[in-house]
Design a protein around this ligand. Structure first.
Ligand SMILES: [Cu+2]
Length: 145
């Protein structure tokens, strides 16, 4: 799992959306790679919500994963939802919870932006663009505060 990049897209949100995505990013992938990651900070300005699905035109499907320790080994496990607490945040980052872009249709190139849509249980669809950072990046290159 070493082919993702970082993103710094500003996200345009519908006025009613209570959950926003800050600094969504992914990593560039080597030729032939079939999976990529998706990272961001989800923030709720009001009531909490749950991410119950995700999709992207560059991936056959997008899964939600968490990283769990089993003995000395860190493993990824698919989950059915990410909880964004009321007035709080939920962070997707390398080594933690993340989106997994499966069956990539093409390599992700550094500097490009990749559309991604999250499906929220209450808030409808949350559209964004993942900024593609360099291969192996651990965090966005240009954090936005
Ligand atoms: Cu994963």
């Amino acid at each position: 799992m070493r082919y993702w990049l970082i993103a710094i897209a500003l996200v345009a949100l519908p006025a009613w959306a209570q959950v926003s995505a800050e600094r969504p990013w992914t990593r560039a992938t080597p030729p032939g790679a079939k999976v990529g990651g998706g990272f961001m900070q989800l923030r709720s300005s009001g009531a909490g919500d749950r991410v119950v699905g995700a999709s992207s035109p560059v991936a056959g499907r997008v899964e939600m994963h968490v990283t769990v320790r089993e003995g000395d080994v860190m493993k990824m496990r698919e989950v059915t939802a990410f909880e964004v607490p009321a007035g709080g945040t939920f962070e997707l980052k390398p080594g933690g919870a993340h989106l997994m872009l499966m069956d990539l249709k093409r390599p992700l190139k550094k500097g490009e932006k990749v559309p991604l849509t999250l499906k929220l249980e209450k808030g409808g669809e949350l559209k964004m663009e993942l900024t593609v950072e360099e291969m192996g990046a651990r965090q966005p290159a240009h954090p936005r505060h």
